[in-house]
Ligand binder design. Sequence first.
Ligand code: NOJ
Length: 704
Amino acid sequence: MSNKTDETFVNQLLSQMTLEEKLGQLNQVNPGDRFDSSLLREGKAGSLINASGALTGQGFSDSGSAELSNHFQQLALESRLKIPLLFGRDVIHGFRTVFPIPLAQAAAFNPHLARQAASVAAREATASGIKWTFAPMLDIARDPRWGRVAEGNGEDPFLGAQMAGAVVQGFQGDDLSAPDALVACAKHYVGYGAAEGGRDYENGEISEPTLRDIYLPPFRAAVQAGAGTLMSAFIDLNGIPATANRRLLTDILRGEWGFDGFVVSDWESVKELIQHGVAEDEAHAARLALQAGLDMDMVSGVYLNTLGESLQRGKISIEEIDEAVRRILRIKHRAGLFAQPFTDPLRAPRDLLTPEARSLARDFARQSMVLLKNDRDLLPLKGFRRILLAGPFVHARGELFGTWTPDGRAEDVTPLDEALRQTAPNSVELWFAETSDLALHLAHHADAVVLLLGEHPARSGENCNISDLSLPPGQAEFVQAMAALGKPLALVVFAGRPLAITSQVQVVDAALYAWHPGIEGGAALGEILFGIASPSGRLPITFPRATGQIPIYYNRKNSGRPINPQGEFRTRYLDLPPSPLFPFGFGLTYTRFEYSNLTLSSDTLRGALAISAEVTNIGACAGTEVVQLYVRDLIGSLTRPIRELKGFQRITLQPGESRRVSFTLREEDLTFTRADGAFGVEPGNFHVWIAPDSQSGLPGKFRL
Ligand code: NOJ
């Protein structure tokens, strides 16, 4: 939050600025091909975006470097007031060291690791001249058709908020002015995941209670963790584009939450207010956004080009401009840019892709993979002499990265086949086949088969929406044909979203969801397949049986005729069970855990309540369980979700080992947006579960 030094400095600087220089600070430019660098010398740009635009990460990348940033910074420092530039870039799940995609990170249910990964990304990015990342992406997503589901933490506000706080702290550290601290940008504020039909950029409608209780909590957590900036969403939410939404950008964000950083638009989204049909021209668009509380215009140029005239015509006030400039200068000052505008070019060779970073990436990939099925304990693969690994991912390198990795390099990745060879026991012969023809031929002579299928990163990410959640063309047929051979069969899926793999899961013996696991994904997968590590990820989002089940999420509400496939006049599908393929929170391990003896410290919650249960490893090997705490508020002035996640803990137990796992539930954990519009609790009866996933667990009850 603001401190006095920042404010004195900022106000002093502001008092010396011309109108043009002020508008310059509100202007973020893209140094593309026809870049006019005189903008920098004249103080007409506050920030540069070091990205080649919305397609970065899908093969159209350029690279951030200290030399490049220093070159531009030098020009900015030749301007009259020498105000340094803030260099922004999409550092989404790592920089040169690519970590698993954010959705996979959420699957690890390990915010501590996410924080460490973000701090590695911060060190690498800042060594390359970047001081501001457009992350974390905190959009709650209940629709896996939407390509950007890969970039967020899934469907749950509690898990989303935990990840938000951790990642912001990881990027920013304790002191934003430290050379290796990266300014965070919580995006896309807000409701972007509710785009209709899973179509990116589309409009959405979210009721006030759902907005408050589901979509906002991760952003609030990011603000509480000190996020320096937020990005407005492209979405038209309930009829008001987020970029021009004063209630969101000012009343809630600053009024209720006390945010004192700045808000940047998304790419040209200020100008796009014209397309939305709320602004008649560029000047109008710029005014609407500024007056809503949107401080920096990402690359559309309309702030720089029109706000001066709007001021002259008395349509906006100088105080409104000053406030936006003040917020931007405040973050620049807090980020130490005035004291240290340049990046030491000697840092990059030292700070990029260190062995520690790689090992963290491997650990994260390992913890994020989710075992969905494991009949007759096929995995880990033991006792097979010849194992065939087949499918389009067998030689994958950069394909393991996932979306948004402009700074990852395929040559840094050990190809998947090689990584598997390195992790397999010597006694095992591994065969590889990329095409299905070859694979089906070789399979006859193999003792077990592992299929490496899923979606290419280019089928995931911004505007990579799909209308059908099936595996990409040909893959389902491949699975069926292989299954028909009757060999022990495991399926590994690489993907940026939940895919509807119902029929595949039925015919294989084992299924492992590997997501897009990042630079060390191959080794992590090998360790899991061959039993060096045990899978411990859990689903951060519900897996539907079929595309038509969307939206399907665990924290839904009962209807007056709750789901019941047998009941003729109950919520159901005629052609599908109502349940998901796999519920939120679900994931198997190589061992089994038993839950027993749920205990509550009291039958009434007064301030706080301790809830605990015993978890025992009843299998034959060590394993990690993600123990989850859920509650249900039975009666409310507004209908309440049938379950809400309120806590989780990762615990590792040796065979036979037991541990009592304890959670503290506080009164504030039970707050929600009530019928009277206030945020608070309502006394009454609650159910509680300590559970391995959102559909099972040991039940208990208490009163508030
Ligand atoms: C558009 C995307 O929506 C946003 O997430 C990204 O940060 C910007 N482009 C900048 O590349």
